[in-house]
Design a protein around this ligand. Sequence first.
Ligand SMILES: N[C@@H](CCC(=O)N[C@@H](CS)C(=O)NCC(=O)O)C(=O)O
Length: 215
Amino acid sequence: MIKIFGFPLSPFVRKVHLVAAEKGIPIEMVLGQPGKPSAEFLAASPFGKIPAMQDRDFALSDSTAIVTYLDALHPAPSITPGDAQLRARAIWFEEFADTILIASGGKVLFNRFVGPKLLGLPGDEAMAEQGLKELEPILAYLEAQCSDGWLTGGDFSIGDMAVAATLRSLGYIGLEPDAAAHPRTTAWYDRVRARPSWGVVAQREAAVMERALAR
Ligand SMILES: N[C@@H](CCC(=O)N[C@@H](CS)C(=O)NCC(=O)O)C(=O)O
């Protein structure tokens, strides 16, 4: 079975889990001990970042590289549209999630949740406030992009999974889409959450997070 290393709170790990669930690919989730990376994990992730993957003798890190591998291995259902513009938009939304939304949201998430609640580190509230300020135009952009269907304007894609995976992480600090402020984003996010793949990933994550927060 394909091993996916990494803690499910990470949006990058969650993205890989969602793609595997959409495609019906069974995975083994390998959590690892924070601060004590195993040799197997480091062999798959030379810079110690999560997620990483081991599929028999093939090791790989980076969520985008891993989902590209999974998509090539199991093409159906596709997560990358065939149409040139739709495919480009799917990759854009993945990039938007992985580099823009998380860069600002991560400042709030780390300083209000990961540091104080999971790592026993004090949060930097000024940094969290800065992240919140940065998020305003980013969430406004997302709201303007959401319509009745999926983000690209075509089928459900890696773009939807990446953005929803990142918003879920922000849910740990109460920042999941709010119907009053961002109604179109909320409706789109609810559609993503209604998918069976989301249920599978959320259930697995809830069990891990419950144990982590009880420690
Ligand atoms: N571009 C990478 C980003 C991975 C990443 O930054 N993961 C974070 C967790 S959300 C991490 O491993 N942080 C630990 C570190 O940087 O040492 C991907 O898509 O997988």
